[in-house]
Design a protein around this ligand. Structure first.
Ligand SMILES: C[S@@+](CC[C@H](N)C(=O)[O-])C[C@H]1O[C@@H](n2cnc3c(N)ncnc32)[C@H](O)[C@@H]1O
Length: 190
């Protein structure tokens, strides 16, 4: 049995280096998106997407993945001390490349801001059982409700690879590109 490919690091809020989570919260507010179910790729230790969406009064709920033990421990501490955040924000520990679609609901908004960043040499091997980045994107595209949104990050470490996937994906899937917002690329599902 192989070990899960977890992230041995953790990520605090660095708005100057990686503003995508802050920009995402700003985009949600700018668009006036209310009562939406959001899937967010990469909690960070700071959990700013889950916290802000739980507190901003828009009625949105967030499910977010982390592959970092320290980030997950930060989530446990966070919700232990904040029942309002616990009610509206669910973080879970896992490798997004191992996503089992049966375990997740459909979403109104999906962030794929770290697509192509954490693919390991063994990720898509039969033994490990993971997906390619394109397969991850397809799974979450299928899990996005019609009229919903998929959001990418222009300055991602995986942006070169993501930039190769998106032109093919947007032709093959029922999506249309909308206006960019700051560092974010936004698609709408038809
Ligand atoms: C550079 S940090 C960015 C965190 C946050 N989104 C931000 O911009 O501040 C990358 C995030 O991706 C998560 N991550 C790394 N590998 C992952 C994997 N295989 N599956 C799911 N999440 C992963 C990490 O736990 C971390 O939250």
């Amino acid at each position: 049995m192989l070990k899960m490919n977890y992230w041995t690091d953790k990520w605090d809020l660095h708005e100057d280096i990686c503003p995508c989570d802050v920009h995402f919260n700003e985009w949600v507010a700018d668009q006036g998106l209310k009562n939406k179910l959001i899937y967010h790729f990469g909690t960070g230790t700071h959990h700013v997407v889950g916290i802000e969406q739980a507190r901003n009064g828009l009625g949105n709920s967030v499910v977010s993945i982390t592959a970092s033990i320290e980030e997950y421990q930060a989530y446990i501490k966070l919700v232990t001390e904040n029942s309002g955040v616990a009610r509206n924000y669910l973080a879970y520990f896992g490798d997004i490349y191992l996503t089992n679609g049966k375990l997740l609901p459909d979403f109104d908004i999906v962030t794929m801001v770290h697509l192509c960043e954490f693919f390991f040499p063994n990720t898509a091997s039969a033994e490990y059982g993971g997906m390619t980045d394109r397969q991850v994107l397809d799974l979450f595209t299928d899990k996005t409700r019609p009229g919903g949104y998929l959001v990418f990050y222009k300055n991602s470490m995986g942006s070169d690879e993501t930039g190769k996937i998106l032109p093919v994906w947007e032709k093959e899937k029922p999506v249309e590109r909308m206006a960019d917002f700051k560092t974010l690329i936004v698609y709408r599902k038809k």
